[in-house]
Design a protein around this ligand. Sequence first.
Ligand code: PLP
Length: 218
Amino acid sequence: MPLKPAIDALISDISIVKQRSNISTAPVVLMGVTKGQPIEKIEEAISAGLILFGENRVQEAAEKWPSLHAKYPKIKLHLIGPLQTNKVKEAMELFDAIETIDRPKLVEAIAKHQSPDMRCQKFFVQVNTGKESQKAGVFPEQVDELIALCRTLQLPIAGLMCVPPVDQPPAPHFALLHEIAKRHGLTELSMGMSGDWQTAIRMGSTCVRIGTALFGSR
Ligand SMILES: *Cc1c(COP(=O)(O)O)cnc(C)c1O
C-alpha cells in the first residue's frame, strides 16, 4: 500500500481503538519508526502528514536527519534505542527526545549536557518490564531510585517507555508501566508497536511507535 492511505487508515484505527478504550488520557500520537528506511521514505511520510519519528541508532540518525531537520523544522525525532554515554552530546544535538534513559551513568551524562541550546528537551525512562537480560531498560524494582536521581539532577522526566518481551502477552507489561507512571505522576506512556498497539492504547498509551506496519519489513 502507498504510505499516505496506510498512515490515514492507521490514524483512523488508532482513534477508534482509543474511543472504545474508556481511557481518558491525552490523545494517542503516532510515531513513525524509520530505522533502516531511506530518506525518501521519510519524506513521503512527512508529506503524508506524520510529524513524529523514531530512530534507534544515533549513527544512522546522524546520517539521515540533519538534512531533514533543516528542510522540515517542525518535525520531531525521538531516540528509541540504547544510548552510550560517549554519544550523549551528539544525541542531544540530534534528537528532540531521548526515550531510553535506563541507568544512573546515563542520567548523569545527560544532566551534564542539558541546556536550552540543545535540541533535546524531553526525556523518558525506559523500563525493562520483562527483566530480560539482553534488553535495555531499568528493572522495575530500580525505577523509583532512577527517577529520584533524575529529579535530584533536575532532569525533567516526561514519561516512561517499554518494549515487552516478544514471547509473552504484552498487556501485563503495559499495565505495569502505567502503574509506575501513575505512582510518579508521569503523564506520557510510549508503548505499543506494530504487533501490539491496540492493547497498548487500551492500557493507556499516549504514543505508539510503528515501523513495519507502515513501512514494511526492514
Ligand atoms: C523497531 C522499533 C519499533 C517499531 O517496531 P515495529 O514492530 O516495526 O512496529 C518500536 N520501538 C522500538 C524501541 C523499536 O526498536
